[in-house]
Design a protein. Sequence first.
Length: 369
Amino acid sequence: MEKYDIAIVGAGCAGLSLAYKLIDSGLSVCVLEKFSRSERVRKTWSYWKSDSHPFGKLESNSYSSLEVRHKDTTLLDCSSYNYVSIDSKDFDDYVIPQLDESANIDLIFSCDIKNISRVNTKYNVEVGNKNISVEHVFDSRQDNVQASLYQVFHGFFIKLKKNKTVTPKLMDFIDSKDFHFFYVLPKNDGSILVESTYFSPKIYNEDEMTNAIKAYIEDNISSDYEIIRTEYGVIPMTSVDPKLYEDINKIGISGGATRSSTGYTFMNIQRQTDYIANHLKKIPTVNPLKSLTWKILRKMDHVLLKIIFNKPAISKDIMFNLFKKNNSNSVIRFLSDRPSISDILKIILNMPKLIFINYAIRSIFSKKI
């Protein structure tokens, strides 16, 4: 039987981030990934730079302002907290070779992970026809989470045949009964990400979203372009209770790192994996994400998601006014899970009172959206 100090299950953003932070730990680590090296899914991770992390050199784009449009236009000032992006391919190309060269880390792809069980004070990980004994397991695989609302996004990376200045847009709402908006990010390499996003009970497939993306590009950017590549994803819009330091330690999306009302995940993964890497020799009982602020924000998210589910048209007004009526830095800290109490109070005071009180009361009696 093989033995390691730590097993990390899954080699996505959370699994690789934690493994990278354990390179100099002196602990033996195995990273177990179901898919092969050639089956990596390329994604774009964007976030406001509210904290430092070891992957800052991979940030390929930076935005000091973002437009939000719905009946009117407002500008989110990101000069204090730049909005940045990382291409997951750049992340893989930076992290994976270093893990391959590390003496204390084994990165194993194409694993058939059959079972993880607790055996006395250790864990047994059944991989194919062999067993691995470890002191700690950190499982980043996404559980099959059911939700009443999903964030469904489908994006085209395009290149224009003729140069044109394109304004970055965080949310450009579509005039429809759905909570539907477009996200537009011009990139340093000359490409433009144009992404259609729904907050919806329905999981739209790529084909259902393609015509709307093409129409948006032609109406708002240019009819003369080529598609370089596409991306697609579905995020359950529900609060996952972090399960760090319980029977099977969950990290990443299944460990509560995703902000349920927005889908932003990357920075919470960095905070979560930093905390784990710094406390492994004395496992604490306090979850790094489960602070008082985290609990307040998740309660607020739950109320907002109830409103989006039941009143999608009104919800677009609420979301637009979040950006228009509040200080940009307060909004960014709020959306980045880094607000002060003052930020939270100001945002609450600028929300429409009757509908929020109504759905806040409903949320007390029902956890369902």
